[in-house]
Design a protein around this ligand. Structure first.
Ligand SMILES: C[S@@+](CC[C@H](N)C(=O)[O-])C[C@H]1O[C@@H](n2cnc3c(N)ncnc32)[C@H](O)[C@@H]1O
Length: 427
């Protein structure tokens, strides 16, 4: 129970941070393009060989998680449970069997195998960072895979860490939030106010003429907010540094051929807080919208960049490039939020707007060996004012009740009391 509570109390970090292995998950920023609907050209220097090695290590640990998903999930979610039932006394075992519990677990096994096909598809459809394109020369890709397994082995790494698998499970839930019709309510509550504020800001420009308005979405997750903003006519760029997110968003954004093309079983690993087995076994279909059918693709560009927000957008060539920056469940991912604010300031044009919505689950709070400065909401707002931002007080809102990758059918529900603010970098 306490483990559950812990993971839920950090639930929006599930896909992101864990105390031990930040460095193994994140991109090192050299601003790769990502997303086939437009281009952003970052003229950053080529990474050094040690940076390349670090990137290889980061990608390999994430790819390994995708590839070991089946083994890990079967061992942890299925075989362990079947063994416990096997060890029951015969009368108890028969009662349990009569409830259908064993059949349920076996059904879960089948669905984990289905999830695995999707995980493999994601890895084999992606080309992220310096990883060769799996759709290209098969020999080159195999050689690359072999190399990274060797690198891992020689580094004495266990095949896959619990924290990485938790992030992979979290990524499946993010598919629901961002790319399924089941996630529509969560998106309406969360992305809705941000998009509304943006539309309000640029209400004098018709959607077909908004392509010259450049909107940046740092910490873009699986890219839906950025995509939805682009669907309103704005040229939009999402930025991410987690390879879990980059693999998954790359897959959805670039490989989707039809709506509801893939079934994912995101709740299959969860045996607690379940009212009935249909809830746990249910499929969620993705995507609910086809990224390649963007309504304003002739006028608005869409792209994703890989890399740390501060490194990519703190660069000289990003100075005063953006008309709006939209942060959603992002500001609290900072170790030092002043550095995020500095970067937002640097990247915004004079007079441009920053729209923010989220809770304050400081991701590095109490993480061993990491620095972290946590602020209250009031301190955070004051900090932004002291750094020069001017708030539109009429648009600041408190106590916005929000779920995050919630399973609406779960017997356990968490709600964030988030806040929203709209600020401007003065001219
Ligand atoms: C809590 S998630 C929110 C994702 C998305 N905005 C949403 O609302 O669903 C925060 C995201 O920020 C990303 N992130 C955290 N720190 C980052 C950084 N310094 N640069 C780029 N992305 C970062 C994480 O990988 C994660 O996907």
């Amino acid at each position: 129970m306490s483990e559950d509570l812990h993971s839920h109390s950090h639930s929006h970090a599930d896909v992101l941070n864990d105390s031990n292995d930040h460095s193994q998950e994140h991109g090192h920023s050299h601003g790769h393009d990502h997303g086939g609907h437009g281009h952003c050209n970052h003229s950053h220097d080529m990474p050094s060989s040690s940076e390349q090695e670090a990137e290889m290590e980061a990608i390999s640990s994430v790819v390994t998680s995708f590839l070991y998903y089946k083994t890990y999930a079967l061992n942890n979610a299925i075989y362990r449970r079947l063994k416990c039932i096997d060890e029951l006394s015969e009368p108890h075992r028969q009662i349990v069997a009569s409830l259908g519990t064993i059949d349920k677990i076996k059904r879960a096994e089948t669905l984990i195998r289905e999830n695995y096909k999707l995980m493999l598809d994601i890895v084999y459809s992606s080309s992220v960072g310096s990883m060769p394109d799996p759709a290209g020369d098969a020999g080159v890709f195999k050689e690359w895979l072999k190399r990274f397994f060797e690198v891992r082995q020689s580094a004495g790494k266990q095949e896959v860490s619990d924290s990485h698998m938790k992030k992979l499970y979290g990524t499946m839930k993010l598919f629901v939030r961002d790319w399924s019709s089941e996630g529509a309510d969560e998106r309406r509550l969360t992305y809705g106010p941000l998009i509304e504020a943006l539309e309000d800001e640029f209400s004098d420009i018709a959607p077909e003429s908004r392509g010259s308005v450049r909107v940046l979405v740092p910490g873009a997750g699986l890219g839906r907010l950025a995509y939805d903003i682009c669907c309103r006519g704005f040229s939009t760029q999402g930025n991410e540094f987690s390879y879990f997110m980059l693999f998954a968003s790359n897959y959805i954004l670039n490989s989707s051929l039809e709506e509801r093309q893939h079934a994912v079983y995101p709740y299959i690993h969860q045996f607690s807080h379940v009212a009935c087995s249909e809830d746990q076994m249910r499929a969620v279909y993705i995507p609910d919208a086809l990224p390649r059918d963007m309504p304003y693709s002739a006028t608005a560009e869409f792209s994703m960049t890989a890399g740390d927000f501060i490194e990519v957008y703190g660069a000289d060539d990003e100075k005063e490039k953006w008309d709006a920056i939209v942060t959603c469940f992002f500001m609290d991912t900072a170790k030092n939020v002043l550095a995020y604010l500095d970067t937002i300031w640097h990247a915004l044009k004079p007079g441009a707007v920053w729209v923010n919505l989220g809770p304050l689950l400081w991701h590095f709070d109490n993480v061993a060996g990491e620095s972290s400065i946590e602020f209250t909401r009031d301190e955070f707002l004051e900090l932004a004012v002291k750094m020069g931002f001017v708030f539109d007080e009429s648009k600041n809102k408190e106590d916005i009740l929000l779920p995050y990758t919630a399973d609406p059918k779960s017997m356990l529900q968490y709600t964030y009391h988030a806040f929203m603010c709209v600020a401007r970098k003065p001219k």
